[in-house]
Design a protein around this ligand. Structure first.
Ligand code: BG6
Length: 483
């Protein structure tokens, strides 16, 4: 199995799950600052007012804000070729739409890029990873307003100009396709608090009930913001390469009953392919118009929208892959949970403690499917196993994580042998961080352990896990030695 010489091995994190420093350096509040922790069985909760005496995981997270020098040195020690991280929009424009950027925020990320350079690590920067500035939510109702397109593009142009020569790879919106899921309304699109839709009790419970019409309109605006960002990136520096970020949840029909097969195709299209088709092909796919009509969704396209989408297509297709799900039209089939959405249980697969079905072969299938459809370079920008770790005599023997990753790296090798143009892989996450769906520290992903716990205790000490040494070897041998 031969990985290309230039293959980008690395890892991925996001600002809100790592940085902490929620009020440091002139940062404004983001939607994440209002979300309390949860567990696998108790979802995270949005709180309309922040009670500083309670535990909000993202407020301190793993203190990457103060520890990035040490952390990037550890990534360097593993031999990382690239590092995917995100810029928090509210560190650069605390209110989202300020006239001038916050110098301290700009310097913070500049220092991160300088640290990366020391170890020849190529930064891959996500411009928006589930942390829209709170003021944008309040003032514009997130991406429901077209004005948010302009303020986002101003933010992206500002950072792309400022970091010109330091950053070449950019991703626009994390898991942009999750905008079609109920949970994506808040997380992804910043939609909240429509008086006619949400009672005070619902808001307090975190039950936001934004309409699908609003969600898809907001998603349309996000597509436009993404396209304008791609165009700006190429104008600012022809060396820039911009990718999308699709949260790919691979779907299989539970049986060969043609009804299951059609339902599966439908689900795959709405969830995965719709957003991918818009950002890669630059146009709304035909099947989505029927779905919108049947769901009373009527998107307002303004003059120039069609041309903008066509002109701002991404350079590469990047995506997260953790698991797959089955689809069936039958009643009463066994269900499982998953990344932001569940599905039907696959009898051939095991699942993680959080119910995510582990499917390395599904990664090979997905890579081939995406390559056949889009014919542009692919990058896996998230993949990993969330599992609890035990520290024993100062060591963490996370063989389960190594097994998960070995099987997925093998599947990547098979896909490359199938002819897929796969240019990189960033594991989620090289270092333990706050879980996005549950807010837990108990669910760990890292090669590096962080002493931080769900009751807010821990001294943030970093410890290399067994997987740290394993991944170092994988990178050193360019994917040859996976033992
Ligand atoms: C992806 C997100 O959906 O999955 C990450 O982009 C997230 O932010 C990752 O952390 C894993 O999900 P979780 O809920 O286990 O943290």
């Amino acid at each position: 199995m031969a990985f290309p010489k230039s293959f980008l091995w690395g890892g991925a994190i996001s600002a809100n799950q790592c940085e902490g420093g929620w009020k440091e350096g002139g940062k404004g509040l983001t939607i994440q600052d209002f979300v309390k922790g949860g567990t696998a069985s108790k979802p995270r909760m949005f709180t309309p007012v922040i009670n500083e005496n309670e535990y909000y995981p993202s407020h301190n997270a793993i203190d990457f804000y103060n520890k990035y020098v040490e952390d990037i040195a550890l990534l360097g020690e593993m031999g990382f070729k690239c590092f995917r991280m995100s810029i928090s929009w509210a560190r650069i424009f605390p209110n989202g739409d300020d006239l001038e950027p916050n110098k301290e925020g700009l310097l913070f990320y500049e220092n991160i890029f300088l640290e990366c350079k020391k170890y020849n690590i190529e930064p891959i920067v996500t411009l928006s990873h589930f942390d829209i500035p709170w003021e944008v939510v309040k003032k514009y109702n997130g991406f429901l307003s077209r004005e948010t397109i302009d303020i986002f593009v101003k933010y992206s142009k500002t950072v792309m100009k400022y970091y010109k020569g330091k950053v070449k790879y950019w991703l626009t919106f994390n898991e942009i396709n999750f905008g079609v899921l109920e949970m994506g309304a808040y997380k992804s699109l910043g939609l909240i608090n429509k008086e006619d839709l949400n009672s005070k009790e619902d808001i307090a419970k975190g039950d936001l009930k934004v309409s699908m019409q609003e969600q898809i309109q907001a998603l349309h605006h996000q597509f436009l913001a993404s396209a304008a960002t791609v165009i700006a990136a190429h104008e600012i520096d022809p060396e820039n390469k911009v990718g999308c970020m699709i949260g790919h949840i691979t779907q299989y029909p539970l049986t060969c009953n043609p009804k299951d097969v059609l339902e599966c195709q439908h689900k795959d299209r709405i969830l995965n392919k719709f957003s991918g088709d818009v950002v890669v092909r630059g146009e709304y796919p035909s099947y989505i118009f029927r779905w919108m009509e049947e769901n009373n969704i009527n998107i307002e396209f303004k003059e120039g929208d069609i041309e903008l989408l066509k002109a701002g297509v991404v350079d590469f297709y990047s995506f997260s892959y953790y698991m797959s799900n089955c689809v069936s039209v039958q009643e009463g089939v066994e269900k499982v949970s998953g990344n932001l959405m569940g599905g039907v249980k696959n009898p051939y697969l095991k699942a993680s403690e959080w119910g995510w079905q582990i499917d390395p072969e599904g990664l090979r299938y997905t890579l081939n499917d995406l390559w056949d459809r889009y014919r542009i370079p692919l990058m896996i920008v998230e993949n990993g196993l969330g599992a609890p770790d035990k520290v024993e005599n100062g060591k963490i023997h996370d063989t389960y994580r190594i097994d998960y990753m070995r099987d997925h790296v093998k599947a990547m090798g098979e896909a490359i042998a199938d002819g897929v143009d796969l240019i990189g892989y960033t594991s989620w996450a090289p270092i333990d961080l706050v879980s996005a769906s549950t807010g837990e520290m108990y669910k760990r992903y890292g090669f590096i352990y962080v002493d931080r716990h769900d009751d807010g205790t821990g001294d943030y000490k970093r410890i290399r896990k067994d997987s740290f040494y394993w991944y170092k070897k994988v990178i050193e041998t360019n994917g040859e030695d996976l033992d």
